[in-house]
Ligand binder design. Sequence first.
Ligand code: BGC
Length: 917
Amino acid sequence: MKKQERRKEKVDMKVAEVKVLYTENPLGIDRVPWFSWKLASDKENTRQTAYRILVEEGGRRVWDSRKVETADNLYIDYEGESLKSRTQYHLEVTVWDNHGNEAVGYAQFETAFLREEDWKAEWVVPAARRKKGKKGFGKQPPATMFRRRFSLKEKPVKARVYATCHGIYELSINGKRPDDRLFAPEHTVYEKYLCYQTYDVTGLLKKGENALGMYVGDGWYLGANTLPNIKRPVLKHAVLFQLEAEYQDGTTEIICSDERTVTSTGPICCADLFAGEKYDANKIHKGWDTPEYMADDWQKTKIMKFGYQNLMAQLGEPVVREDMLPVREVLRSPKGEWILDFGQVISGFVRMKVRAPKETEITLEHTEVLDKDGNYISNIMAAGGAGNGVDQRDVYISDGEERIFEPTFTYHGFRYVCISGLSEICAEDFEAVVLSTKKKNLGIFETSDARLNRLYENTRWSQKANMMSIPTDCPQREKAGWTGDMLVYAKTALLNEDCGAMFSRWLENMEHDQEENGVVPMVVPYDGAYPATGKLMNLMYHEKGAATSSGWGDAAVIVPYRMYEVTGNTAVLRQQFECMKKWCNYIIQKAAASKPKGSTLSDEIENYLWDTGYHYGEWLIPSQNKNGLDMKNLKTIMMSSSCYTAPIFGWLSVSTFAKICGILAERYPADKKDYGRMQEKYGKVAEKMKYAIQKGVIREDGSMPSNLMGAYALPIYFDLVPEQFKEKFAANLVKSIEENRMCMDTGFLGTPFLLDALCRIGRRDLAYTLLWQDKAPSWLSEVDAGATTIWENCFGYDEEGNPGKLSFNHYSFGCVDDWMFRYIGGIDTDTAGYSHIIFAPKPDDRLEWAKRSYETPQGRAVCEWRKEKTAEGILLNMKVEIPCNTTAVICLPDGSQQERGSGIYEFCNVMRKEEKK
Ligand code: BGC
């Protein structure tokens, strides 16, 4: 074996990316922060040996961690003096490494309001009555403009606005927006958790007269599809803002929302996050948010006592414009419609340049797919749980001027846009604006196979489209935080993007939506139609509280645990601890308290099986949903797999929680919780649950109650199969694939584990067969059919080529990327946060090369390999990059292994023929 080492010019070690609560230099935090950083160095084998953190406020030291001899550099708690509201803190992190280097990294953070009393502003609403909004296009009252004029004695040296609303808003100061965020204040459990945003508006203010504007649309709070689960909410746009200006002489001035705020309606005649927006340019109030504007005919506002107790400074980044796509083609459908094809299914809206005669009404209808003849069709299943309408429409009414129009308070899931109202279509006048919650990209994956690359791209696009303030199921139908979808997809998501802040915020909300009895609902935030549907479901199943299901509520434990596995995040484990514990207690109690009718199992087994109640089962097992959701047989279908998913996911939550207790005991010894004891307690219960699965779910002859692929894959993957049945399970799993035309046939809950289960039984060849399969249902059949995203149902189209009514943008089945990253990309780990990396690509014959790069919490890990044909046989050339403060094992094709520290290394090794284990 030959090894070459590449050395570039040497630089000393650096401290990079100092993060405060997930973000670099956050503005407006309201919780005690933790800090993380990375080391960067060209010197091989660089490890941190110690750090020291200093935090200062106004030149005064408020924390000195002292030198701590450790390699730990992630999620380090601030332990200094109590923080003060609205204060800037400077952070200095000194790091020492094993080569005798010392380097310093800097960051700053600013607090928002740490006490309720900091709020001086009043909630205000328009004094006039508001008509109730309904579902469907055009059925909402107009968006509301709020305006407050004020004067300042000087131009301030520092100014902040803290603002939020009921609805979604855009803030402007003297006609300018302080940032490019959309859909503030985010989708949350509003009654208990309403985010406010902090803006730096120093540069926008001037001496003398100024104006603050807030344009407010319905968003989630007032949207008929997403009404918050609040008893008798006041369904009016409401705002709360507090501007704090600091002058050169040290004095400050506070401008608040109060009855001096006036309101009006404007060009946005109606806006619904689902159905779309209608914009009448004739109603534009030019300069409405500047001081010069005369607002004499504007209406009064009145003060409401909504209180401040649910207000939380926004954690993490907002929704932003991520990309702009040009029109790929202007199509004329057989029906004569003008259709723009943007070439990619996305979440967002169309930005259009218009010059049309006054009163011209231009309509944009959005869809993900066209019918088989190329006509416009709405592919929204109207009868979905959310019961939302079928519109995804924007309408613009011209005032005769040339303008750029884009909607403000809606977004759509689409690739195609059908346009009416224009006599001529000029492709250059349109662009698709791609939206997503802002997150750092963490990965690259590329191979010699264009179809695998497209599959990866499709997952990335579905991820982008469904990270819209919360993780959603799909952008065109429900836009809802289905917990099970995230359980399935969390690991892939975290390997693609830095989702920490967004997930952490969503998990905090999950805790707010959790019922007293521990139930974590199937959807978080649990709003809109879901609580009502949940009640019906509960009536049918004699359940209480919010509706949940195994595999969905289990997200409470599994999502934080995935965050820990991928990013080493112990902070989120601690944050979610009570929520996880309550959920596990719910499962345990549920398993003990009820048994299915006619069960003949002994109590010792039955009391540890979660086998009653409502469950989705694996959900969308392809063979059971060939023609979309089979509503008629839904219950039977769900039960055919919930007989194993419920006991297995119940066990998974409890056993994972026991592990988490162990992790917390080690990491936070000073916490007053009795983590160690709980590890033991829940560990014991998990053992009994495992035994119950082995005796009560797996039959005496080693078969499963349903002969489904997932029924064998899940127990194999989770090591639940008793020794004497291992061969039988392996054979049954293989048989289920053979009988299914060598296609995958697992639903949401089975799919993340299917290919790994095959590798565990030594059938990596079969895992590759499923991956390469191009007959439906399979991943590549979607790619071959021209998919640009991951579909909800593997059978997207019927045999005639008509699209089904399910969504074409659902990330769940994209979870296969996690397997590709490890087996093809060659990067895996056996420790939390990739502190020890495993480079072990296991390519099959159909691939020539691959490149995977993943920004681990410690820095970039890269694995690049290429096969080379030589006289001696096939060689594998491999190049790996190992980030500082980690170690790695490189597994070569001949079976040898090399342990290395940070650096860039190249290897060349003879490939042996793959052998079946
Ligand atoms: C959603 C899913 C979700 C499922 C639960 C659907 O309507 O789109 O992704 O997990 O319901 O059954």
